[in-house]
Design a protein around this ligand. Sequence first.
Ligand code: ATP
Ligand code: MG
Length: 298
Amino acid sequence: MSLNAVVDGLQKILRRVLGEDVELAASPAPDLGAVRADMGQLEQVLMNLAVNARDAMPTGGKLTIETANVEHDPDFARAQGAAAVRQFVMLAVTDTGVGMDEATKARIFEPFFTTKAPGKGTGLGLATVYGIVQQSGGFIWVYSEPGRGTTFKIYLPRVDAAAEGVAAAALAPVARGRETVLFAEDSAAVRAVGKQVLERQGYTVLEAPDGEVAVHLAQRHSGPIHLLLTDVVMPGMSGRQLADQLARTRPDTKVLYASGYTGDAVVRHGVLEDGTPYLQKPFTPESLARKVREVLDA
Ligand SMILES: Nc1ncnc2c1ncn2[C@@H]1O[C@H](COP(=O)(O)OP(=O)(O)OP(=O)(O)O)[C@@H](O)[C@H]1O
Ligand SMILES: [Mg+2]
């Protein structure tokens, strides 16, 4: 598949995530080579990097996304833990944000390492990125200085086959729906994106910034609520408490949890039981639409 397809497919959503004060510039290489990787995973990589960039630019700035064909010495590539090949495809994400000092840079890929306020960051974004890139035989290079912004360069081995089936993989239509979804999420940006995606899929969305409002909406809504889509960690009532409370009056409502934690971490920390429907954040339009349909049909 082509990394340009990933950049292209996410651009609209990225603009919303970044908000009005961050300019987005994409410069995709026209003759970009193909990589062998999972579309959904690469979307997750780009989303995680973009969300980090946004957080690093609280007063605005510029986010640049580039792709290019790049050659590396195979020995150098191997020393980076990547496949020992010469041809790579690069995805670079650059922000004009606060940057990082050496001590921070040394730890960014550690799971649960975060400099964000409690409840703001899980510290799993870059650990996830790292895992996905490793698994694809690639490597990551980070340039950053305090006050000077940050560039993440992701290198993935180029494969010779032309990028086939990109459109098919990216846009394989997810079945639409007409059900009503109650969506509880404290981040206004995530809520806006999620609502837009679900409405485009045909759903009716009741949105709430926290558990209390969600309970209130459910009480006042006269029709059925087919699905509760809720963030796990919210100020006030947790997603779990919300689901429990809703179940008393609406036992038929299905529940889908979303969290920045990986499913494993959520289970390990005892937040959710194994097997509970769960969506990894930041979600992509595709992963959200697919998971919602899957839970409704289960
Ligand atoms: N673009 C960036 N500019 C400055 N610092 C960054 C940037 N990207 C990552 N960091 C630093 O790396 C840390 C770890 O990032 P990571 O994405 O793994 O976790 P997080 O963003 O803190 O939380 P999460 O992604 O789980 O919400 C951040 O807390 C921040 O200190
Ligand atoms: Mg992050």
